[in-house]
Write a protein that binds this ligand. Structure first.
Ligand code: ZN
Ligand code: ZN
Length: 353
């Protein structure tokens, strides 16, 4: 019997993260068997570990954590377009079983009934195990040259969707954007800035940090870094990507948008984050300036492909520096604590001996 190590939590119980040993899943869990190389860790994982989020699969107490995958195919059925040795990642969200109109159309990221499931988050085991299985339609093949940077595909897919929808909204009228503001220089903000620079836009990034690697990562993209207050910035941004969810920024950023400007909210705030907002000013800004504020989450297959293209076109050494820590699976606990100046931490499932 072949076994594997897997990182599990008991949803609803804080700090229940453990490394357990299970049998490698059989073909009933999917025709493609993948051996894990890396697992990206993000705020969603830390929220699940803090018992603020997450659901175990039906009939189970524990959930295998992890949704930012990278692995190599061990077995794949003939005709699936996949073969042993392929570098792959798994798609996080599965359509709801009904399915709703959007899930039926392959846009499960826009699910209308909320009955979707998500690996490592919501009712499906995640990718934080030495092996996982999926059906071929949920496996995305990466170019071999992407190597370990492929672990950034899932967070980049979320950003690719935010840009895709921003551009669709922009095309409601003549659209010639020039300046972009990104709030937050975490992995999502930095990837949002990367995709903005790749679109030949003038990108500005606002974060509280004044030191460490984040300002340099922004400057190395050719973007402008700001660490002062929002009010110090001009109010002429055509696109604003709000990537923090910070209550002080969520609506305040709209005041920095140009007429016709588009504000994409991509950060998730805590429930109960009350704030006084001048609804009159906000309404006037939106209505009298044709401004749009919209939310964006998750991604469908089209966005995963866009993410792969964006990562392939990025400077490889910049992507390497975005991965600030690579923690071997044996020291898994270190991978889930947030250290000063962390951008993206990855659990390395196959560290070189
Ligand atoms: Zn994530
Ligand atoms: Zn749906």
């Amino acid at each position: 019997m072949q076994t594997m190590r897997a990182l599990t939590v008991q949803p609803g119980v804080a700090d229940s993260l453990q490394l357990e040993t299970f049998r490698v899943p059989g073909p009933d869990r999917g025709a493609v068997l993948v051996r894990t190389l890396g697992l990206g860790v993000c705020g969603t994982d830390r929220e699940i570990i803090a018992a603020k989020y997450g659901t175990a699969p039906p009939g189970h107490q524990r959930l295998i954590i992890g949704h930012e995958s990278l692995g190599r195919v061990e077995e794949a059925p003939k005709g699936s377009g996949l073969s042993a040795g392929d570098l792959v990642i798994g798609i996080v969200r599965h359509p709801d079983p009904v399915p709703c109109e959007n899930c039926a159309a392959g846009e499960w990221d826009m699910c209308r009934n909320g009955l979707y499931t998500e690996h490592g988050i919501n009712s499906l085991d995640g990718f934080g195990s030495e092996f996982w299985r999926l059906d071929p339609e949920y496996v995305v093949r990466l170019d071999q040259t992407l190597g370990f940077h492929g672990v950034l595909t899932e967070p980049a897919s979320v950003v690719a969707k935010a840009w895709d929808h921003t551009e669709r909204i922009g095309r409601r009228a003549h659209w010639d954007p020039r300046r972009v503001l990104v709030t937050g220089a975490g992995p999502v903000g930095l990837l949002a800035a990367l995709l903005g620079v790749q679109r030949k836009l003038e990108v500005h990034v606002l974060d509280r940090t004044t030191e460490g690697i984040k300002p340099q990562l922004v400057r190395d993209l050719g973007a402008v870094y700001h660490s002062g207050g929002l009010d110090e910035l001009p109010a002429d941004f055509d696109v604003i990507m709000e990537c923090t969810g910070a209550p002080s920024l969520v609506f305040a950023v709209a005041g920095r948008a140009s007429p016709d400007g588009i504000v994409c909210l991509a950060g998730v705030s805590e429930v109960g984050a009350t704030r006084q907002v001048d609804v009159g000013t906000l309404n006037r800004s939106i209505v009298l300036g044709d401004r749009v504020i919209f939310g964006s989450v998750n991604a469908n297959r089209r966005h995963y492909q866009a993410a792969i293209e964006a990562l392939a076109a990025a400077d490889a050494s910049w992507l390497s520096r975005l991965i600030t820590r690579r923690v071997p699976l044996d020291r898994w606990r270190d991978g889930f604590t947030l250290e000063h100046d962390d951008v993206k931490t990855v659990i390395d499932f196959a560290p070189a001996a």
